[in-house]
Design a protein around this ligand. Sequence first.
Ligand code: HEM
Length: 413
Amino acid sequence: MPPARPEDAAAILQALISPAGRLDPFPLYAAAHRIGPVLTVTDSVFLVVGYAAVNQVLRNPGFGLPDTTPSRSAPAVDRTAGAALRMMERSILRANPPNHGRMRSLISQVFTPRRVAALQPSVEAAVDTLLDRLAEPAADDGMVDFMDQFAFQLPVTVICELLGIPARDRHKFRPLASALTAALELAGDADGPADAAARDLGRYFTPLISERRTAPGDDLVSALVAARDADDGRLSDEELLANLILLLVAGFETTTDLLGNGLAILLDRPDLATALRPGSATTAGFIEEVLRYESPVQVTTRVALIDGLTAEDVPVPDGSDVILVLGAANRDPGRYHRPDCFDATRSDIKPLSFGAGPHICIGNSLARLEASVAFPRLLSRFPDLSADPGRQPTRRDRLVLRGYQTLPVRVRP
Ligand code: HEM
């Protein structure tokens, strides 16, 4: 394979962050795959699209997050970064060893598989309550925005119950999370709304932490506060706050997009909707294929922390920025037969949608649980569910987080 011409790689990256690329990145991913698994954009910027290459970089501890410790002479992260990025940098999402392992072990201790599995009945109850609301005769002539009325409501309810956040506060979080995560976009504007959202979320959690310190409950905020106060030095106050905000935002934003992306596919494919009624064995395969085909997180990034690294066979110098396109890896023709076709019967699918390696998504089983409860119940309750003929869906204007802003549906004929 001839080496990629830098101008091709740079043109693809530019196109990806353009409005048209954000709306439909998939033809650009296909063009990138024709060049190779690792594209050299400049001497110190690489675009990684191959499945094996993305998987390998994610698992290699030599690739990490921009180091903000004072000991590193040339910090890769702008220290003037706004409140949103500064806050995220204190969370596990943006931490390197040893801080990452220290925080991750503590969060895993309270966010256990047992706690997640025990949530099944409350996820079922939350789904049924939301479906009851959709069915209310008052819901204007059966037309509803699925994103607003269901896809956002379910994950925010579940994560807030887990964290112990009162029901009355939940409506605030969709705009705040959306503003905050804009800072993760490749051409992100870290100022303005993202920073304001970070400050608002900080102002929300600070009194909640004090409240749970005085009167602990059976919730994750109380559990993490207790772990913090055990005074074993494992979590600072700032880290506690950053990780609680991360758990809240990561806990619903991406799952909202999984539910919306999945429903949009079902509205186009009534044959699949029939196959997904409760009791069918195809739900898990369908969800994995939605995760692959329309990955809610399309992109993540790393920095080369040491010399001598390679991605596939391409040398990646120390300090380089590495853009890992999970959504492209999930459509790698070398890994998947007919990658641009949705096929819920694929075997050995293993999409990289939750990442891989040390930062693999802590909430992946919760997201899968919510989707696997939601889709069959939704389709059984509303067998005639269809797209609203009068209103087009609108996409979020994002590359990194792929989903719908609105998805108008008709729940009754
Ligand atoms: C469909 C839903 C979801 C998707 C697609 C998703 C995707 C991801 C991805 C790709 C990463 C790794 C990022 C990287 O390596 O740079 C990640 C990390 C993370 N996710 Fe999720 N996620 C989802 C749901 C959730 C849920 C429900 C929660 C919490 C309850 C959650 C909490 C986290 C946390 C805390 C991390 C950071 C882990 C670490 O850095 O060690 N996610 N997620």
